[in-house]
Design a protein around this ligand. Structure first.
Ligand code: BGC
Length: 491
């Protein structure tokens, strides 16, 4: 079947397309991502200090299911030139990587910058640019200097200054060459996953307090980094900044759960987006109200969700140049029954909403019970964002699939095909302005509490080989073909 339609993208621009036309818009860019702790290794080389994942993996016996650490990981600290070769082989337009705060500022504070840290990221950035690959840089991908964690980390209001100071150092060093910036990777993971479950660094359980203090200060920290760039660097360098949110799409379990599903989305996407992208700023009103009631029921004298002052709210509002979205998986949600015991959000249920979370039986599984496949959720989430925050520029900053390894990774090929198809439908049918797509991840790496047991790489990495040999999987060839043709291969 083939059919064509006209889609109005804006008042002046309309495009027509046919259902069999699976090409990407002109100028659309493809990349792949990684993160410092997951690939670099060299955890104590030169003057690098301990990060929270170094401490967590070294001292908590249950930190990873295979007892591993990121001490060596993919050894990208030494093998970054090999990484660039693979990036070029794939034909990527850009490469997303993160800077290790404890490598660049070993004391956490901006009083001292490591020469070795400076050199490492200079080499990587220059190496990419020399091959025509654009660097997309994340300032923070979960490796806080331990010295700052000892002072309370993301729950201490002063981190807004510390993060801002760090961001300024990074912009001063690399802003002449880096034009695409991301502040704090997945604040939902940094706050909600970390403090609700303690399964990731810093390994502290504090669902009532840690989660929501962190929620407020990541938003303010992001805003500080944005404002510093805006006032001190933008005129000179003209880069663009956003904060990558991990969005889990929620569907109603039954038709009675439609309002609850919307609340679940507000609790996940909204708690980390509303303050930045909505016209009124602040917390999503429905969540703010529920949190007030819940806090009262628990006997607290004020809401656990810390209020914003008017000034803070104004400071955070509008601190974006585009919306950065990480998407992996979806869920269904229903009201809990009387006496039903709930598990911890966001790995499990949503106690704040008295909601039980599950998946539809027909959704395909990956090797991980967390990463259940519902590609339509990707498109629906984009439609929700446009409806709630407007016709922004959207960049997909992560999307990917875990398996247990092997070079013939059909599951991953299918995942990319099915998700890119939904992305194209969002662009062509729903008129959503998506400009970038980032595959997670370039190569197998340290997959947090799953250690090296869960593989997300377009390239396989042999972790038993001191050379950490990288070998392309079928998915790497599939992705390259899409990039080369600038069109989706649905075969
Ligand atoms: C994170 C990555 C992680 C990936 C797969 C994302 O949420 O940003 O660091 O490896 O998920 O779990």
């Amino acid at each position: 079947m083939s059919w064509c339609k006209v889609v109005v993208l804006s008042a002046l621009l309309s495009v027509s397309w046919c259902a069999e036309d699976w090409t990407f818009p002109p100028g659309f860019k493809f990349g792949a991502a990684s993160a410092a702790y997951q690939v670099e290794g060299a955890w104590n080389v030169s003057d690098k200090s301990e990060g929270i994942w170094d401490r967590f993996a070294h001292t908590v016996p249950t930190a990873t299911i295979d007892g591993s650490t990121g001490d060596v990981a993919c050894d990208s600290y030494n093998l970054w030139e090999t990484d660039i070769e693979k990036i070029v082989e794939l034909g990527l337009h850009y490469y997303r990587f993160s800077i290790s705060w404890p490598r660049l500022l070993p004391y956490g504070f901006a009083n001292f910058t490591s020469e070795d840290g400076k050199r490492y990221y200079n080499d990587l950035i220059d190496g990419l640019l020399a091959k025509g690959v654009e660097p997309m840089v994340t300032l923070y991908h979960w490796d806080l200097p331990q010295v700052l964690q000892d002072l309370g980390g993301w729950t201490n209001p002063l981190i807004v200054n510390w993060f801002g100071d760090y961001a300024r150092v990074v912009y001063s060093l690399y802003g002449d060459r880096v034009k695409l910036w991301l502040t704090i990777n997945e604040p939902m993971s940094v706050c909600d996953i970390a403090y609700n479950t303690a399964v990731v660094a810093p390994g502290l359980l504090s669902p009532d307090h840690g989660t929501y203090l962190c929620n407020k200060y990541v938003l303010l920290g992001h805003a500080r980094a944005y404002r510093i760039y805006e006032s001190e660097f933008k005129a000179k360098y003209n880069g663009e900044i956003s904060i990558p949110n991990q969005l889990m799409w929620y569907e109603p379990w039954t038709e009675d759960d439609v309002d609850l599903a919307e609340l679940a989305i507000q609790n996940n996407a909204g708690r980390y987006s509303h303050a930045i992208y909505s016209k009124e700023g602040g917390w999503p009103p429905a969540i703010e109200k529920i949190m007030e009631e819940n806090s009262k029921k628990k006997g607290y004298p004020r809401s656990l969700l810390p209020a914003f002052t008017q000034e803070e709210s104004e400071y955070i509002k509008g601190t974006y140049d585009y919306y950065a979205m990480n998407y992996y998986t979806s869920r269904v949600v229903r009201a809990a029954k009387e006496g039903e015991v709930l598990t911890a959000y966001p790995i499990g249920d949503i106690p704040d909403l008295n909601a039980v979370v599950g998946v539809r039986p027909e959704w395909a599984q990956s090797n991980s019970s967390f990463f259940v496949l519902f590609p339509e959720g990707f498109r629906r989430q984009l439609v929700w964002l446009k409806k709630n925050y407007g016709d922004l520029k959207y960049l997909i900053t992560e999307n990917g699939y875990p398996d247990i390894g092997g070079l013939n990774d059909e599951g991953r090929v299918n995942y990319y095909r099915d998700h890119l198809k939904q992305l194209l439908l969002a662009i062509k049918e729903d008129g959503i302005n998506v400009t970038h797509y980032t595959a997670w991840t370039l190569m197998d790496n340290f997959e947090w509490n799953n250690g090296y047991s869960s593989k997300f790489g377009l390239y396989e990495v042999d972790f038993n080989d001191p050379l950490r040999t990288r070998t392309p999987r079928d998915s790497a060839r599939y992705y390259t073909k899409i990039i080369k043709n600038h069109a989706l291969d649905l075969e």
